[in-house]
Design a protein around this ligand. Structure first.
Ligand code: PEP
Ligand code: MN
Length: 276
């Protein structure tokens, strides 16, 4: 027997729960796009990127403050420095931001700033963090571990849910396979499977999945066609100068053109792009 068939098929299976993040809906007929830099580099950088992605049709901003990098020598994010200007920048942009939480001790400072907590791929199995986020009243975007089974991913969401927080979105961000041509391999099966076998909205991160900016838009379109409830995309004014993940960042023009392509196909999928 395939181990996946042992997943708990609750009566609610097939029914995606609606999760509302700062007034933006995920999981219904809406299709919502989260976009922004991999890492927040400065206030000016965030404002410039936020303006561009909002104008192109993104409804929520993304941006890392404390980064979980594979190498300790890589840029680790600007950290506490961002906490000072974030409220001001978000007020100017009139947008909410989703940012990665890497430690329970960050909840206190992040809570007043972010509209949802992002749990990164490397922390999907950090059950203490998940339990604590279950006690919070903000949505959680749970990225799939790059080496984790779909079953483990959905069960990880259970740790947040058991704590009393039902506002969970799953994010497929590519898994590690034998393939080296792309950074990771987007598991489209996982998107479809999780939509049918969990109550959670599923969004896709084509940036980390493919890792090559020239391929991100086509992969994003495939995710929408597969039934994803939204996307999270890395965008940078000058990808060649980005402090992290520049290889996979769309520039403003590329992001704008992706949004235009999405607007064209979404009606055929009975979806409507959310505007901030
Ligand atoms: C990110 O979103 O910048 C990130 C680090 O993603 P992941 O946890 O999927 O690697
Ligand atoms: Mn990144």
């Amino acid at each position: 027997m395939n181990s996946n068939s042992q997943l708990n098929h609750s009566p609610a299976a097939n029914m995606t729960r609606k999760v509302v993040v700062n007034g933006i809906e995920f999981g219904g007929s809406a299709f919502s796009v989260i976009a922004g830099p991999c890492s927040i580099e400065s206030e000016t950088h965030l404002l410039e990127t936020g303006c561009a992605v909002k104008k192109a049709g993104a409804s929520i901003l993304r941006g890392g403050i404390w980064k979980m990098r594979t190498s300790s020598d890589s840029f680790q994010g600007i950290g506490d420095e961002a906490l000072e200007f974030l409220p001001r920048a978000l007020r100017t942009l009139e947008m909410g931001i989703i940012s990665e939480i890497t430690d329970i001790r960050q909840i206190e400072v992040l809570a007043p700033l972010v509209c949802a907590y992002q749990v990164g791929s490397r922390n999907m199995h950090n059950y203490d963090l998940l339990k604590e986020l279950g006690r919070q009243n903000k949505p959680v975007l749970l990225k799939r571990g790059f080496g984790s089974l779909i079953d483990e991913w959905i069960k990880a969401a259970g740790y947040v849910e058991k704590g009393g927080n039902p506002n969970i979105m799953l994010c497929e961000r590519g898994i590690r396979t034998f393939e080296k041509a792309t950074r990771n391999t987007l598991d489209i099966n996982a998107v479809v499977f999780a939509k049918k076998n969990s109550p959670y909205p599923v969004i896709v991160d084509p940036s980390h999945a493919v890792g090559i900016s020239a391929l991100v838009s086509d992969v994003a379109m495939a995710a929408a066609a597969a039934g994803a409830d939204g996307l999270i995309i890395e965008v940078h004014a000058r990808p060649d100068l980005a402090k992290s993940d520049g290889d996979q960042a769309l520039n403003f023009e590329q992001f704008d053109s992706l949004m235009k392509r999405l607007e064209k196909i979404l009606p055929a999928l009975d979806r409507k792009l959310t505007h901030a």
